[in-house]
Design a protein around this ligand. Sequence first.
Ligand SMILES: Nc1ncnc2c1ncn2[C@@H]1O[C@H](COP(=O)(O)OP(=O)(O)OP(=O)(O)O)[C@@H](O)[C@H]1O
Ligand SMILES: [Mg+2]
Length: 336
Amino acid sequence: MAPLLEVRNLTVAFDTPSGTVHAVNDVSYTIEEGETLGIVGESGSGKSVHALSMVGLIATPPGRIVRGEVVFNGRDLLKLSQRELLDLRGKEIGFVFQDPMTSLNPVLTVERQIAEPLKRHFGMTSAQARARVIELLELVGIPDAARRAGQYPHEFSGGMRQRVMIAIGISCNPKLLIADEATTALDVTVQAQILDLVRDLKRKIGTTVIWITHDMGVVAGLADTVQVMYGGRIMERGPVRSVFHDPRSAYTWGLLKSLPHGGKRGVTRLYQIPGNPPDLTRDPIGDPFAPRNPFATDRCKVETPPLVDAADSVAGHKVAAWYDLRAALATQEARP
Ligand SMILES: Nc1ncnc2c1ncn2[C@@H]1O[C@H](COP(=O)(O)OP(=O)(O)OP(=O)(O)O)[C@@H](O)[C@H]1O
Ligand SMILES: [Mg+2]
């Protein structure tokens, strides 16, 4: 069966007064129907830009899709008109973004905001839309849904607003749900509830999910596949267990090492990978992580490693690295 989404060589740049920012560089991957893909990487690694550019949501200019294809359900989204994209967004591809306070309209009731895409995409009447709004609010775990529907965003707590955003994201039963830092601003308990909710929804309606986050713990609990991005590139990708237990990219290894052990998540101070994020205005040549990678070879600095199958690993585990992390770590351990 063809994958639900196939991204091929997606390359996105921003033309700015201080030069061209190479935000997304030659990103290729596929997602199967029903799969949950977790995308991680530190700030500025291109996670949001890559997702937004797939559905025509980056401002052009300054943004520019340099090349690539994004085949969703057999169609190249990068070739669609604004009108076709408008039809697609919210209906076939749902979104949940961080910060529901700015994403929700403060002067419209929650009901109006959830009902709008239902009326637009399915031509529902107000009564039909209202029934569906209440059903959705119940589905995302908002108590007293019929009364709450008539309230304004400021009458909801942060966690409840995020649930409203999820209700909007899934309102049209999208084939693909893209969540970008959807739980980052929430406290740990509410975050856990939202993740339970997403797992539940996947069971009930079988949605395919792209979950973008800084939090490796969230990925471990939610995703089938993890994709690690750095400097606008995919550094490593594969089944969550394999990547977490047997990372092959020094960047992934650094991220995993930075996870707090013991104690409650988010309480322990994180280990930081030494060095600075890459300067994206430089030509994207070589392995972007090379300057911070203790195991980098000369080749890493001058030639970009392709994303290829990791040696002696499970199917689908891929890495972009010229060095051999396992060998390098073994040598390091053997040192006195
Ligand atoms: N409108 C813009 N103009 C210029 N550069 C931009 C613009 N939008 C994004 N960028 C740059 O593109 C790069 C990738 O940004 P992106 O938002 O995708 O990162 P991210 O991985 O989502 O980070 P975060 O985890 O902080 O959300 C960054 O260097 C960012 O500064
Ligand atoms: Mg982002």
